[in-house]
Design a protein around this ligand. Structure first.
Ligand code: MV4
Length: 448
């Protein structure tokens, strides 16, 4: 097992990883930017190293700075968390060349899945359903016109280097297809340095359901059931839950089996998430793989009882998974609300500033994963998420009641947060009935 791990991240996920290390008897090395000198992750780690100025590009994203800290700290491994360098296959490779274990998949699996078109081709080989569309990247306008007329409009043009909603264009008919294609290519070239695009049938009003998987180097692949992340705004998830409400049992099982087949085909190791969209008729289609631990991993931890960060560290150190598929049950219902330093009454405008007072909710079935404390100043340089409120109860109805109680207990004074918005969602009939799709927030709360 590792003696010392560097955490190449900040905020709540850095704390989450430091806590797992402490429980496993592994020393932790935090890195922090000048803006994070007073942050909890720098204090809770066994050692903390400043890696540069506030701007991410010069600190948390600076590969040379992070690797230097790993050399100074004499660590065996790096946990990248989510965001920042977590899905950077080049960084992953640099770790390997420095003989530092990267806690995640191999650079090869990461690079292959990072290319959405090659991930889609892999899904087809694994007999995982993909949305009807082009066979590989579009060669020219004529091919786009031909494929679109075969599958029917509307169609969605996706950048192969995109993901998470970046570099997508809908085309409603043949008249706008060519210009949408040109725009998508230009955007993709500018944003990713890769103009490759492919085409899919546009699925209207989908739900976003994803399957958590974890694999070890002995070839054991286990799914940990699914999460529904349909409550989102501008591709930022707001609420995630498990299991997915109203998804028929045979669809859930088929989706989880499909995710395992895909991960096996990719020779993927460590934790990953296989994303699907689910059409209104409950048919599901593979979209992409997130080759990292995700923000919403706690809902899966609550329903399965598995410590995902601990398992990530174990399998990265060459140990086998501590459980088999047959050991995994989905127990009860879990919900997570992302608490962001944003003002929902001002179009979710970011709210950096000092937290003058904090009261953290507790009680049966309540978990708060957060790095904030009374007197902490939320810096303006990073993501606005300041905590995750997670509940776990025997039924979804009880989980909603517990979440509303916990949100009412949470007190953050000094800055506005998304907590009041969550309470409005939780009492909306569409959410209560488990009928939200990815258009819910825009349709119900942000109408013009
Ligand atoms: C789609 C789609 C409809 N049809 N693909 C957006 C992010 C990326 N992961 C995939 N996305 C979508 N792909 C087809 N063929 C609709 C979306 C989509 C979406 C997906 C998941 C969660 C939120 C979303 C919000 C808008 C669009």
């Amino acid at each position: 097992m590792f003696n010392r791990i560097l955490i190449a991240n900040r905020g709540e996920i850095a704390l989450r990883i430091i806590r797992a290390c402490r429980e496993m008897g592994i020393e932790s090395v935090a890195v922090f930017s000048e803006a994070d000198r007073e942050s909890a992750h720098a204090r809770l780690a066994d050692q903390a190293i400043c890696i540069g100025p506030a701007r991410s590009a010069q600190s948390y994203l600076a590969i040379d700075q992070v690797i230097s800290a790993a050399e100074i700290g004499n660590v065996d491994a790096i946990h990248p968390g989510y965001g920042f360098l977590s899905e950077n296959a080049h960084f992953n490779e640099v770790c390997r060349s420095c003989q530092i274990d990267f806690i995640g998949p191999s650079p090869e699996a990461m690079a292959m899945l990072g290319d959405k078109n090659s991930a889609r081709a892999l899904a087809k080989r694994a007999e995982v359903p993909v949305v009807p569309g082009s066979d590989g990247l579009l060669e020219d306008d004529a091919e786009a016109v031909r494929v679109a007329s075969e599958i029917g409009f509307p169609v969605l043009i996706k950048a192969t280097a995109g993901g998470g909603g970046k570099g997508m264009r809908v085309a409603a008919n043949e008249l706008v297809l060519k210009s949408a294609l040109q725009q998508a290519k230009n955007e993709a070239q500018a944003a990713f340095g890769n103009a490759g695009v492919y085409l899919e049938k546009y699925i209207e009003r989908p739900r976003h359901v994803e399957v958590q998987v974890i694999a070890d180097s002995a070839g054991n692949v286990v799914h940990l059931h699914e999460r529904d992340c349909s409550v989102q705004r501008r591709h930022q998830k707001l609420i995630e839950e498990a299991p997915s409400p109203r998804l028929p049992e045979d669809r859930r099982q088929a989706m989880c089996d499909a995710a395992v087949r895909l991960i096996r085909e990719a020779k993927y190791t460590n934790a990953g998430t296989v994303e699907f969209i689910v059409a209104p008729d409950d048919s599901f289609y593979f979209i992409e793989v997130n080759a990292r631990i995700q923000v919403e991993h706690p809902v899966t931890e609550m329903i399965t009882g598995v410590d995902l960060i601990r398992e990530q560290i174990r399998v990265a150190a060459g140990q086998n998974l501590s459980f088999a598929q047959d050991d995994i049950r989905c127990q009860g219902a879990a919900i997570e609300c992302r608490i962001n330093a944003e003002d929902p009454s001002r179009n979710f405008q970011p709210q950096p500033g000092k937290i003058e007072h904090l009261f953290v909710p507790g009680g049966l079935g309540v978990r708060f994963d957060s790095h904030i404390y009374g007197g902490y100043t939320v810096p303006p340089h990073y993501d606005s998420m300041i905590g995750k409120l997670i509940v776990h109860r025997p039924t979804r109805e009880e989980a909603i009641a517990t979440m509303r109680r916990a949100l009412a207990e949470l007190e953050v004074r000094g800055i506005a947060t998304t907590a009041p918005f969550h309470d409005r969602v939780l009492q909306h009939p569409e959410f209560v009935e488990g009928r939200c799709d990815t258009t819910f927030v825009d349709r119900v709360f942000l109408k013009p």
